[in-house]
Design a protein around this ligand. Structure first.
Ligand code: THU
Length: 146
């Protein structure tokens, strides 16, 4: 985890580098598909993660979720952006499960997709998860049924 003073703004490049380092620690024993991720909290801290696979394949955890769980468990409640990096020419997007969880816990933040060649693309979470099912949806439905 790193922290910048309020004046200093972490560049996309620095966050991408943090995710690239985390990717090196991936435990991708079965797929050999290594993914790194990094999030920036509202106060400028960077949290990173990598994918971790299990011999019971379905227990595998994506890099994005490892990263978000780390940040949430350290008390982060507001996020600025997330980076996902893999060694693919077509930039790797978050899987469906991660889209749901990024939306629920981070909201409509920018998602920076990156690869090891230096290609990047930034998408908003709302583009990646249109018509989300979330707490707001449940609340609105509750209100309607009162
Ligand atoms: N994976 C991630 O960590 N993030 C993604 O965005 C896509 C997929 C992981 C899960 C699994 O360990 C491997 O990549 C192959 O699916």
């Amino acid at each position: 985890m790193s922290r910048h003073s309020e004046q200093e703004i972490t560049s996309d490049q620095e966050i991408i580098e943090a995710a690239t380092e985390a990717r090196k620690r991936a435990r991708a024993t079965y797929s050999n598909f290594r993914v790194g991720a990094a999030v920036e909290s509202e106060d400028g801290r960077i949290y990173t993660g990598c994918n971790i696979e299990s011999a019971a394949y379905e227990l595998t955890m994506c890099a994005e979720r490892v990263t978000i769980w780390k940040a949430l468990s350290e008390g982060v409640r507001k996020f600025r952006r997330i980076v996902v990096i893999a060694d693919t020419s077509r930039l790797t997007p978050p899987c469906g499960a991660c889209r749901q969880l990024i939306w629920e816990f981070c909201g409509d933040i920018p998602v920076i997709l990156a690869n090891l060649r230096g290609d990047t693309e930034t998408l908003q979470m709302a583009e990646l998860l249109p018509r989300p099912f979330d707490a707001k949806f449940l609340e609105e439905n509750d209100a309607e049924n009162k």
